[in-house]
Design a protein around this ligand. Sequence first.
Ligand SMILES: C[S@@+](CC[C@H](N)C(=O)[O-])C[C@H]1O[C@@H](n2cnc3c(N)ncnc32)[C@H](O)[C@@H]1O
Length: 273
Amino acid sequence: MDSFAINLLNWNERVALHAASEDYGLERFRSDPTHLSGVVRFDRERLGSIEGQRVAHLQCHIGTDTVSLARLGAAHVTGLDFSPMAVEVARQFALDLEAPIDIVEADVYSAPEALGRGGFDLVYTGIGALCWLPDIDRWAKVVSDLLVPGGRLFIREGHPVLWSLDYEVSDRLVIGHPYFETPDPIIDDEETTYVDSVARLQNTVTHSWNHGLGEVITSLMEHGLTLTGLIEHMSVPWAALPEQMTPACGGEWVLTDRPARLPLTYTLQAVKH
Ligand SMILES: C[S@@+](CC[C@H](N)C(=O)[O-])C[C@H]1O[C@@H](n2cnc3c(N)ncnc32)[C@H](O)[C@@H]1O
């Protein structure tokens, strides 16, 4: 089986667990029409007004960030994900909430064909998205193809320094994986997913890739985008290094010991010229 098929099995299986979890909190969106996902809330000031904008949300998963973007006043949000299970949940979720959202099932690399070229004011993506893609340069071309001239990319993502750490070591910070993009994937075998659940997965293997910050920025520049913002954060919205992290406000987690040692996530913005 190739990496795409291996990851698809794993992601399809995670969907039901995530949709039922407190962490994704679908019920909170239903009971409170002003509720936003923690990830969108975290960057709200940096995101600014998206009133009236046409938004593409790549790797939208079960739609919690997608709905949040619609709630911030986007004219229309198109979510895209390769998992039919995620697409089904996200579609129903958007319908239930009567949000101006379409959800499309496709590989990120086919997004321009699936969503159309040059029709989006904003491409939004993040938190555990880029690591599933083998080639960052190909992704940057996709982003550029989707945006109108003057359109913006907004991404908050796990920092490549975080992805390079061996999260199974519980008492030290140990670099266990490449910082840079490599042709071969990082292969993990994990029975659990990152939400609070006792369920065990059957499809436990995943293939992922790291992308250095310089590689991300350079690939965007090479596809016609200008960097307009880059902030490295000391927090991450899940307990990425179990046993070495402390909860912080807004659903974020920080290193318990000397949190200023490492960046854990980053927010990047770029504009297509
Ligand atoms: C951790 S989620 C990221 C979304 C968001 N942070 C969230 O938690 O809702 C990763 C998503 O990427 C999707 N994905 C992985 N590889 C993909 C690919 N090649 N094309 C499209 N979607 C992909 C998975 O199905 C999953 O829904």
